[in-house]
Write a protein that binds this ligand. Structure first.
Ligand code: 13P
Length: 247
């Protein structure tokens, strides 16, 4: 089984206006030769414009969340089909901010993952423990439990990735040590091969949580790290490119 191509995805979260598309353009212009697949995930309001802006570039566009259903009476929600129609190729599901702010359970995340597949989008399924869970020594049980609960069997044979984002490392400047990251990524890999057999070895496992140019080399070269999901540092093209170049 060949090693999966690393994926570096930027999650702009609830940031960015039309003027911010200049940063996306600068990422595309500065990309050069890279082993990575690169994606930017802006708010739903910017997906179509960003996809249009980046249409001749190697940078893919993704959504940050999708509803489980294809259409219907769900005011304020966005269907995976609508993201795909707007030009998205990927979608983040189960981000810890969605799990915390909107009470998304593993089952809800699995339903959204199915919706992404139905719409032809590549899901990036997020998992990660809270500080309390880490302190209690529950990290591996929590994370592998989330992987089992959030990944539907229909992912077999499909392109997708898992993002390990410790909740306490998001936006805090804190990161786990490299051995701590490797422990969790190895546990996720073992769960993926249990669930999907040999194909589970080709699924990129991204790390997310305070990734920046200064720590990207170490993180991206850690065992079983197949890329990064980047928040704050993806808002500025120079920082995001610095992370991509760390591969
Ligand atoms: P930061 O890189 O800002 O810590 O955010 C990580 C994240 O949540 C990406 O999805």
């Amino acid at each position: 089984m060949t090693a999966p191509r690393p994926l570096i995805a930027g999650n702009w979260k609830m940031n960015g206006l039309a003027a911010s598309l200049a940063e996306a353009k600068a990422v595309a212009a500065g990309l050069g030769d890279t082993a990575a697949r690169v994606a930017l995930c802006p708010s739903a309001t910017l997906v179509a414009q960003m996809a249009w802006t980046l249409k001749d570039s190697a940078v893919l566009v993704g959504g940050q969340d999708c509803h489980a259903q294809a259409s219907g009476a769900h005011t304020g929600d966005v269907a995976a089909e609508q993201l795909a129609d707007a030009g998205a190729k990927l979608v983040i599901v189960g981000h810890s901010e969605r799990r915390a702010d909107h009470g998304e359970t593993d089952a809800a995340v699995a339903a959204k993952t199915l919706a992404a597949l139905r719409a032809g989008l590549e899901p990036i399924v997020c998992v990660g423990e809270t500080l309390e869970q880490r302190k209690a020594g529950d990290t591996l049980a929590v994370v592998t439990g989330q992987v089992r609960g959030s990944l539907p069997a229909e992912l077999a044979g499909k392109a997708f990735s898992v993002a390990y984002e410790p909740v306490w490392a998001i936006g805090t400047g804190l990161t786990p040590t490299t051995p701590e990251i490797e422990d969790v990524h190895r546990a996720i890999r073992a769960t993926l091969t249990e669930l999907f057999g040999e194909a589970g070895r080709a699924v990129p496992i991204l790390y997310g949580g305070s990734v920046k140019p200064s720590n990207a080399v170490e993180i991206l070269h850690a065992d079983e790290v197949g890329g990064a999901l980047v928040g704050g540092a993806s808002l500025k093209a120079d920082d995001f490119l610095g992370i991509i170049r760390a591969l």
